[in-house]
Design a protein around this ligand. Structure first.
Ligand code: FAD
Ligand code: DLZ
Ligand code: SF4
Length: 519
């Protein structure tokens, strides 16, 4: 098995079978470098990928439609594409099975693939050479700014792997938002300016609408007929499914949303699932956009005076910083990463994560919007559903499975570190310097959810007390031995120790009652 660390160029008269999975839908993917006229590009829709978790129907519809459009585009350019549909009666249901059939059909001298995004698939891929009896080249995924090797280099000898240091290295390496060797705008980070709550009268942009063509309509019918029991509806899927549509989405974001992205990045609002967010994660992770073009366009908007620095730096940090950083953590720490469970959390995931049927208005909004759109923005994922799972002590594996299933942008390389490390602190602090635990007061400050909730974040009355408030203090109390030594939580424990004993008892009793009722 050869794992190439750089792109490989060679001429060859024999046939190469080039395998392109559903999250590598990019003409610049390394497996398509040096494509020769006799080569065959294999793409396959397989049940194993659609069911290893119960993906949201809109996620499956998005990926299959994007795959079919990508294959059509290649064919129009004269590429020999072998495309296996999900409903092909001969379909074996797995990547390995389809590779085997394709090798028998085409008799290639080698298989070429780009490194997959998930450990699960990589493990499988490592067996292909022996199974197929021909060489399998696994090439570096050059769509990212940093390779796993670059990240290992960054991590070497460091006690803490904080995102901020990695991000600054990436700014220097790429020159993004740099003026010479200085950060553009005079600072590396404008996060303090990015925590505004949303004013009542702010005008929110409408997301672009992508009309379904016959390819998408056919996929939606297929998903409806095959994926009963998966979350949501395929109908109404509105993610861009072609490169052109993805570029439209990008331009729309840069012109319409980016100027306010920074200010309201952490805000939440009832009935407003998208706010000023880009909605680019699904097309980006599937390969329809490349991270560099997104960041360069955002930087151009600032240099051209069309968006302020706090918005542009905040946005670029998400892609150049967080996105690359979580990928680095994933490949550095897998396969053991997901085994950690710092708090020993073992409660089952409540059923309302799938249905949205809860009287907590913030949770109902985040989950129902997820059901509707296969999308929730970052603060809903982190500070509502993630925060609840952390405070309630829900088994990390079950929470991770949920996040992997329900979001159209979810692949394990990006989902796992965000859930396991950032939201649940299950890695004991590798990624975050303290748990992102918050009471209802935070949600009240950053949203209007509490106004229509049966509970109140301000209530002292046990009956109407916000569950997040009771759960927050219970979490801090029951995990005191693990968290007390954390310098960033000193204030929290000092406040806790000053609290009236009767109040602490009431809060912990309410938390217990609430958690018991979950079961
Ligand atoms: P915007 O707010 O417009 O941000 C711009 C881009 O920055 C995103 O498109 C995304 O590519 C990138 N980005 C922002 N934050 C992160 C982050 N923390 N990690 C990686 N990239 C980031 N993102 C995924 O792409 N897939 C996931 O499976 C996923 N799971 C998550 C699970 C949890 C518990 C949390 C807290 C976050 C998760 N995220 C995930 C990160 C983030 O929530 C989404 O990228 C973002 O909400 C996508 O919406 P957007 O495109 O409108 O993002
Ligand atoms: C997520 C997904 C789904 C639902 N279906 C397919 C599919 O039928 N064929 C395919 O090639 N890819 C699919 N994907 C994306 C893969 O899961 C993704 O490429 C791997 O997980 C990356 O390691
Ligand atoms: Fe959520 Fe509590 Fe506010 Fe209700 S009161 S919306 S449960 S934070």
């Amino acid at each position: 098995m050869q794992i190439f660390i750089s792109r490989v160029f060679r001429t060859n008269t024999l046939t190469a079978l080039r395998f392109v999975p559903g999250d590598q839908l990019s003409r610049c993917i390394s497996s398509l470098d040096d494509l020769e006229s006799g080569d065959v590009v294999l793409m396959c829709e397989v049940m194993e990928e659609a069911t290893y978790v119960r993906h949201h129907k809109k996620k499956i519809a998005f990926i299959l439609s994007a795959m079919r459009h990508f294959a059509e585009g290649l064919k129009e350019d004269g590429v020999n594409v072998d495309y296996i549909r999900l409903d092909d009666p001969e379909n074996t249901g797995s990547f390995a099975g389809e590779l085997k059939r394709a090798v028998a059909r085409h008799g290639p001298d080698r298989v070429i693939v780009t490194h997959p995004g998930e450990w699960r698939v990589f493990e499988d891929m490592k067996k292909w050479e022996a199974d197929l009896g021909i060489p399998v080249e696994i090439r570096v995924d050059s769509r990212f700014f940093a390779t796993p090797k670059d990240f290992r280099q960054f991590a070497k000898g460091r006690k803490e792997l904080r995102m901020e240091w990695f991000y600054r290295d990436m700014r220097r390496k790429t020159g993004l938002l740099m003026d010479g060797d200085k950060p553009a705008g005079g600072a590396w980070n404008f996060d303090k300016e990015n925590r505004k709550s949303l004013p009542e009268n702010v005008k929110l942009p409408d997301p672009p609408v992508f009309e379904s063509d016959e390819t998408t309509r056919e996929v939606i019918r297929l998903v409806d007929s095959r994926f009963d029991g998966h979350m949501g509806e395929a109908q109404g899927m509105n993610f861009p499914v072609t490169r052109d549509e993805a570029l439209t989405a990008l331009d729309h974001f840069i012109e319409t949303c980016l100027p306010s992205f920074g200010d309201y990045q952490d805000a939440m609002k009832e009935g407003a699932p998208f706010l000023f967010h880009s909605l680019l994660s699904a097309p980006l992770n599937a390969g329809l956009l490349c991270p560099e073009e997104i960041c360069r366009k955002a930087e151009d908007a600032w240099r051209g005076g069309r968006a302020p620095i706090n918005a542009v730096e905040g946005f670029i940090r998400q892609i150049l910083g967080w996105r690359e950083y979580v990928r680095g953590i994933y490949w550095l720490k897998m396969p053991d990463y997901r085994k950690g469970n710092f708090f020993g959390a073992k409660r089952d995931l409540p059923w309302f994560y799938w249905s949205g049927e809860t009287d907590m208005a913030c949770m109902a909004a985040a989950i129902c919007e997820t059901w509707e759109n296969a999308y929730a923005h970052h603060i809903q994922r982190l500070m509502v559903t993630g925060n609840f799972a952390l405070l309630a002590g829900i088994d990390p594996a079950q929470v991770e499975e949920w996040y992997l299933a329900v979001y159209a942008d979810a692949y394990e390389w990006v989902e796992l570190p965000n859930t396991h490390g950032m939201a649940l602190f299950a890695d004991g602090g590798l990624m975050a310097s303290k748990p992102y635990a918050a009471s209802g007061n935070y949600i009240d400050r950053m949203s209007d959810y509490c106004a229509d909730c049966r509970y109140s974040a301000k209530s002292k009355d046990p009956e109407s007390l916000c569950p997040f408030n009771a759960l927050y203090w219970d979490f801090m109390a029951r995990n005191r031995d693990k968290l007390e030594g954390n310098p960033r939580l000193g204030m929290v424990y000092r406040t806790f120790d000053r609290m009236d004993e009767a109040r602490v008892d009431m809060l912990r009793k309410r938390a217990r009652e609430f958690l018991d009722a979950l079961e």
